[in-house]
Design a protein around this ligand. Structure first.
Ligand SMILES: Nc1nc2cc(Br)ccc2s1
Length: 240
């Protein structure tokens, strides 16, 4: 997979060259580049924003620098990711879908956003996905881009050393939150590891872990539980 990220704060994205994406690049799984949007400006102030047409507060990102940047970086058929509070929800399912793409170009907006015509023009030759991390507003798309790129790239085959751990994560195939985890020592500051985990009975351990995942999901994210046939969310008994 190739990932190009465009931002007016490219240093914000340098973290992508560390930790997971850094190792994947060494393995040849991921080719990542960060670009400064101002490289596609032509005035001496390197302007990337202007006042909103129709009035209103703040500034809007000009179409011309984005148009030229995307012409240079995004081949026809590439996927353009645009983090925005107004986007479709970015979920593990979306991350899985995007991990199968050949080329992602991530446009990090700032100010009040990017001129809509950039998205409309891009849709003529790119897959455009406006994506939201959640119902809150950041100062720009960079933080969201870091999260989305990590969520997508860690799903690339061979990216994670232990692929088995992917299967047991929160929001996995079963749609449940992850069960609580423990390690040594068996007792720590008066807290004991649940006896079942020391039993060696793998069937019993698996059942306990599933029950804990259901309990945690019911308590914290009932919206993730499958609806019943009546369309209501099934209220399942909390597991002791
Ligand atoms: N939650 C999010 N907030 C923002 C703000 C801006 Br400005 C650009 C992208 C995003 S994604």
């Amino acid at each position: 997979m190739r990932v190009d990220v465009v931002s007016i704060f490219p240093d914000y994205l340098r973290a992508l060259e560390l930790s997971l994406p850094g190792r994947a690049r060494e393995k040849g799984l991921l080719d990542l580049a960060v670009h400064d949007l101002r490289d596609w400006t032509h005035d001496r102030h390197r302007a990337v924003d202007d006042t909103p047409t129709g009035g209103g507060a703040g500034m809007v990102m000009k179409p011309q620098p984005w148009g030229e940047a995307l012409d240079a970086l995004a081949p026809d058929g590439a996927t353009l990711l645009v983090p925005t509070p107004a986007g479709e929800r970015f979920t593990q399912r979306v991350a899985e879908e995007l991990s199968a793409r050949e080329h992602l170009v991530v446009a990090c907006g700032r100010y009040e956003g990017i001129d809509q015509r950039v998205l409309d023009e891009s849709a003529r030759r790119l897959e455009v996905r406006e994506l939201s991390l959640g119902d809150y507003v950041l100062n720009g798309g960079e933080v969201a881009a870091l999260a989305m790129i990590e969520a997508v790239c860690r799903l690339l085959p061979g990216f994670m050393g232990n692929a088995e751990s992917l299967a047991e994560e929160s929001h996995g195939a079963d749609g449940l939150l992850e069960y609580p985890v423990y390690t040594r020592p068996a007792a720590w500051r008066g807290h004991e590891v649940p006896e079942v985990l020391l039993s060696g009975d793998h069937a019993r351990i698996a059942a306990w872990r599933h029950a804990q995942a259901v309990r945690r999901t019911t308590l914290r994210r009932p919206d993730l539980l499958p609806a019943t046939t009546t369309g209501e969310t099934e209220v399942r008994p909390a597991v002791a």
